[in-house]
Design a protein around this ligand. Sequence first.
Ligand SMILES: Cc1ncc(COP(=O)(O)O)c(C=O)c1O
Length: 403
Amino acid sequence: MSSDEQQQGFGTRAIKAATRTPKVEQHPAAVPIYQSATFHARDVDDYAELVGFERPGYTYARLENPTADVMASAFAELHGAEAGFAFGSGMGAIHAALLALVRAGDRIISTRAVYGSTRALMERVLRSLGVEVAFVDPIDLERVERELASAPAAVLYAETISNPTIVVADLARLADLAHTHGATLVVDNTFASPYICQPLELGADVVVESATKWLGGHSDVVAGAVAGTRAYIERVRDVAIDTGGIVSPFAAFLVLRGVQTLHVRMDRSSASALALARQLEEAPGVSGVWYPGLPSHPQAEIAQRELRLGGGMLALELPSRAAAAAFIDNLHIPPVTATLGSVVTYAVHPPTATHRQLSDQQLAEAGIPQGLVRISVGLEDADDLLADMAGALMAALEAGPSA
Ligand SMILES: Cc1ncc(COP(=O)(O)O)c(C=O)c1O
């Protein structure tokens, strides 16, 4: 400390003393949490260059933050993309991914069974801003093509494995159709994760994920990410800067921690999910089981081509809404809540939870039965999950015909 500094008041000295950030030569094992709202420039011109992205560096953390950047780059790298951008939630990522592509008068064609908030974003927010939205069945490729051909569309939007119906989209064919008609294919790969599916390799232009789910993997963070070409991600970044959906450094840190074990978790969740799907398929009272790893899955051939493994998500149909509720209420291992992609197993009733925004008619149109239960398989012992599901199923079916 200089002698001038020693003369300064306690407040000035306390602020200086507590903000002497170290320069560290050695690489830390984990990416540091750069918990700083701003970064200092040398002078006004230097700041202007940095804030204008004329050269790499940091200014204000709503624009870019080192921890967030590592998360974005990791996401892009795992998807084989030129660039990525990290967000404070999956919805923040989807919002910016779409706003970078559409404006009033443009048209989005989306597959019909998508996450409830994604549908609400398109129907409530984007439509109110003058964007046209049409919903189609991703499996009915003729219908998708007719819709694309009927009027120019800026975006074709699909989920790799749909929430909650576990429909596996033929991304390669959707990419061909989109490109033939001049549309950008945006794929939400949340249910699969980059370990299970690589949408860009299959021809998609943009991949988005809720990192809250398999990437983070521990139900302790909300985050999202987008990846695509460098030019496109610059547009996404500009939307993020102006709308503020950026990820916090701590959330990015948690996602990076999760990504390191993604493959191990997905292997285990996939194995347990397959065992559960097989058991549930044989169980009395279950009208249907959808799991991409089952030969009975309607898109088993597509799943075989596009997915490394079946993944951790499955859905089963029980005879009624009440039976679905009774099944969930009788489970002892999964807590009653609505998320997915965690070390913890979750069972969700989409019509009352994740897809509550849809009317009964919209649920029917989206192919979501009232008795559907969506299961995200975690890392508990598979035998315990099998026993818990068998017991809950029996209790739900014993509850009587109305249940
Ligand atoms: C398929 C899918 N996409 C996007 C989201 C939104 O993610 P977040 O909750 O991180 O905003 C979810 C959330 O459940 C989801 O299931």
